[in-house]
Design a protein around this ligand. Structure first.
Ligand code: ARG
Length: 438
């Protein structure tokens, strides 16, 4: 099989080495970026007089045809070729002959692959940002319908204080907003061009690195050529942001799973988002949410893969770095799919306000409000806290709620109690009295 690199060596490479070395199975998705980069490079070579302008034009024209043919499926990628860079260059040369061999002037696959990966990730991050928006919109639609839908708020998964379903969903919108901030931050740092760094030490040709960077919509160039070819922190940063994002999606998924249990019954999932069992006919399982929860682990794995690949690698390029792609692509695909599936799930779910209200009436969620009531009447909070603790125990023994306990009994605990206590501990009052509600 043809290679771009048989300089000093000769003869056939061991088949198992070919197999190990080959990255075309996964790096073929870089073809649009590889060709885009090659077009910008060829144009600059022509402009700088490094190759004749007519030959640069010929290269560009043919690369555009190759791109269109790959897009349409007319041209198939040869799975036996080493990598996507090799495939494009060989195909170009097969078609236009000698001028095709000039494309790689002043370039190495080391700066080429670093460029391709940045271009790919720039597009991919925009797609992820758009998918996060879509999930936020789905959450927002539900949240605005349930601004006043009271539900129990939990700490330690034990009933704590009343909140609203809207407020709960808004918390996820806020987390996702920070996720977007992290992704946008990553986009800013990755938007610099490595092209022109060559293999590791720059080029002896009068390349115009800035012209190439501008043509590819970068904000500038990576000055140090060793850094340009060695750096993968932009990919690590994206993976770290993905990992945090997946943590948020896994928490939301876990709550959806919990809320849709028979025991909670706070929500019903649309049939389209659930699956059944092959043996138990009554089952309606929340597989979408379970898979998103599970796939968080997979994305963490991709982050660990790349951290471990990059750890202690000496400068500059090492073939270890070929391992960056599968981790990055897999994480990218997984995150996008999870975001889109979850957006659809949220769109389709139905909240059950009456079940949430019923659960809120149990569990003494207004106990803090009752302590606050006494505190407003002059009792030190710590004493009020202790007194309400005794009242809760009293109610538990009687089998009633705080709202149901008669005033006469309240007054045996403290003379500060009056009829207005019932308003103070109504669920609506508990929600409204709190600042920061939403
Ligand atoms: N397929 C390679 C990769 O993904 C391209 C760069 C090859 N460079 C080299 N010096 N062998 O990293």
């Amino acid at each position: 099989m043809s290679k771009l690199w048989q300089g000093r060596t000769s003869g056939a490479v061991d088949a198992v080495v070919e197999q190990l070395n080959r990255s075309i199975a996964f790096d073929q998705r870089l073809y649009p970026y590889d060709i885009q980069g090659s077009i910008a490079h060829a144009r600059m070579l022509g402009q700088q007089g490094i190759i004749p302008t007519e030959e640069a034009e010929l290269i560009i024209h043919e690369l555009q045809i190759i791109l269109a043919e790959l897009d349409s499926g007319k041209l198939a990628i040869d799975p036996e070729v080493e990598d996507i860079h090799t495939f494009v260059e060989l195909e170009l040369t097969r078609r236009i002959g000698a001028p095709g061999k000039k494309l790689h002037t002043g370039r190495s696959r080391n700066d080429q692959v670093a460029l391709d990966l940045r271009l790919y990730l720039r597009d991919a991050l925009h797609r992820i940002l758009q998918a996060v928006d879509q999930l936020q919109k789905a959450l927002y639609t539900q949240a605005s319908q349930h601004q006043h839908t009271v539900m129990p708020g939990y700490t330690h998964l034990q009933p704590a204080q009343p909140v609203t379903f809207g407020m709960h969903l808004n918390a996820y919108i806020a987390m996702l907003e920070r996720d977007k901030g992290r992704l946008q931050d990553c986009l800013k740092r990755l938007n610099y061009s490595p092209l022109g760094a060559g293999a590791l030490a720059g080029s002896t040709f009068p390349l115009d690195r800035h012209a190439v960077a501008a043509a590819l919509n970068f904000d500038g160039i990576i000055e140090n050529p060793l850094d340009a070819v060695s750096c993968r922190d932009f990919a690590l940063e994206a993976l770290a942001a993905f990992a945090i994002l997946m943590t948020h999606l896994s928490r939301l998924s876990e709550e959806i799973i919990l809320w849709s249990t028979q025991e909670f019954s706070f929500i019903t999932l649309a049939d389209a988002h659930t699956t059944g069992s092959s043996i138990m006919p009554q089952k309606k399982n929340p597989d979408v949410a379970e898979l998103v929860r599970g796939k968080a682990g997979r994305v963490y794995g991709s982050l660990m893969t790349l951290l471990t690949v990059m750890k202690a690698l000496p400068l500059a390029y090492n073939k270890d770095m070929q391992e960056d792609k599968e981790a990055l692509f897999d994480a990218m695909d997984t995150v996008e799919l999870c975001l889109r599936a979850l957006a659809s799930l949220i769109d389709g779910l139905t909240a059950k306000p009456e079940r949430m209200a019923a659960a809120t009436r149990q569990g003494f969620l207004n106990a803090t409000d009752l302590a606050d009531y006494l505190t407003h009447k002059g009792m030190p909070f710590r004493d009020a806290y202790a007194l309400v603790g005794r009242l809760v125990a009293h109610c538990l023994a009687k089998g009633c709620t705080l709202e149901e306990l008669p005033l006469a009994e309240y007054q045996q605990f403290s003379e500060l109690f009056d009829n207005d206590l019932y308003d103070a501990i109504s669920l609506e009052a508990c929600i409204q009295a709190r600042t920061g509600k939403k």
